[in-house]
Design a protein around this ligand. Structure first.
Ligand SMILES: Nc1ncnc2c1ncn2[C@@H]1O[C@H](COP(=O)(O)OP(=O)(O)OP(=O)(O)O)[C@@H](O)[C@H]1O
Length: 263
């Protein structure tokens, strides 16, 4: 009998077609427990579609997806989704403007997209702890409409943490942040990524500088296919990124070891 631990996420031969358009072609990808991933690729390469297929908002044309031991098509994916936290700008737009941060986070205890419910049995202290993990406990009573973009991202991640997800998907979370706010935000993400028993992270980004040291692996997509996948040091190179973005690019590390891309 095999003693190999089951991966957190396994995607095999995943294809998504809409009409004659191949959105994803034979994607193979395995996320082991304890890994954090970044997904990189040019606009339109299929990053969001891949994550939508994993979270069952986009139906695969073929292939297999197994998350946390449950196979797509054989399990109630509404239940599986509760173990996946998603943070994307498309979703943050749906928060009622007058809602305070505490209530936004509380609504994450029964998180389902488009299904905002609140249960009195969900303890407020847990919501405050989730806000605390992102360093924004002091914003608990502030209304969504007055929060800055960086504060909103942190509150929304705190909301996702209420359901104790096994996986946290962050779709371009730094978009719209000024350079200083981005650094503060990334510092918070690093702390979250370093938590023992915290969720695995998948960070979608266009910027290699946002790949912080706790991110162990990277998936690079090009035109709906996997161009490279593996540990950051192996899968990410000037050559791979030049192919991914269709232009000569040089991947460098600064003195602190931080990645940057020279066009
Ligand atoms: N329902 C659909 N029908 C037809 N084409 C679609 C559909 N959904 C997505 N696409 C196409 O699939 C491709 C991949 O889109 P996707 O949003 O996944 O890319 P992305 O890598 O997330 O892009 P970006 O970096 O710009 O967010 C695009 O060319 C898009 O137009």
């Amino acid at each position: 009998m095999s003693t190999e631990p089951t991966p957190l996420l396994s995607v095999e031969g995943l294809a998504v077609m809409r009409g004659d358009t191949h959105i994803l072609r034979r994607i193979d990808w395995r996320v082991e427990r304890g890994q954090h991933w970044a997904i990189l690729g040019a606009n339109g390469c299929g990053k969001t579609s891949l994550l939508s297929a994993i979270t069952a908002y986009l139906t695969p044309s073929s292939g297999e997806i197994v998350f946390d031991g449950d196979a797509y098509g054989e399990t109630d994916w509404n239940e599986v989704r509760l173990r996946i936290g998603i943070v994307s700008n498309a979703l943050t737009r749906r928060i009622p403007p007058g809602e305070d941060a505490l209530n936004t986070v509380l609504s994450g205890g029964t998180a389902q997209l488009g299904f905002w419910t609140r249960s009195k049995s969900i303890p407020t202290d847990k919501a405050l702890r989730c806000l605390g993990k992102l360093g924004v406990r002091h914003l608990a009573e502030r209304r969504w409409e007055v929060l800055s973009q960086g504060e909103r991202q942190k509150v929304f991640i705190a909301r996702a943490l209420m359901a104790d997800p096994r996986l946290l998907i962050l779709d371009e979370p730094c978009a719209g942040l000024d350079p200083v706010a981005r650094e503060h935000f990334l510092t918070r993400l690093r702390k979250l990524a370093a938590l023992k028993n915290g969720p695995a992270m998948i960070l979608v980004t266009h910027h290699v500088e946002e790949i912080f040291p706790e991110i162990s692996h990277v998936l690079v997509l090009r035109k709906g296919r996997v161009l490279a996948a593996g540990p950051v040091g192996e899968a990410l190179s000037s050559e791979t990124l030049s192919q991914a973005f269709g232009a000569p690019l040089a991947l460098e590390r600064d003195r602190q070891g931080r990645l940057r891309l020279v066009v």
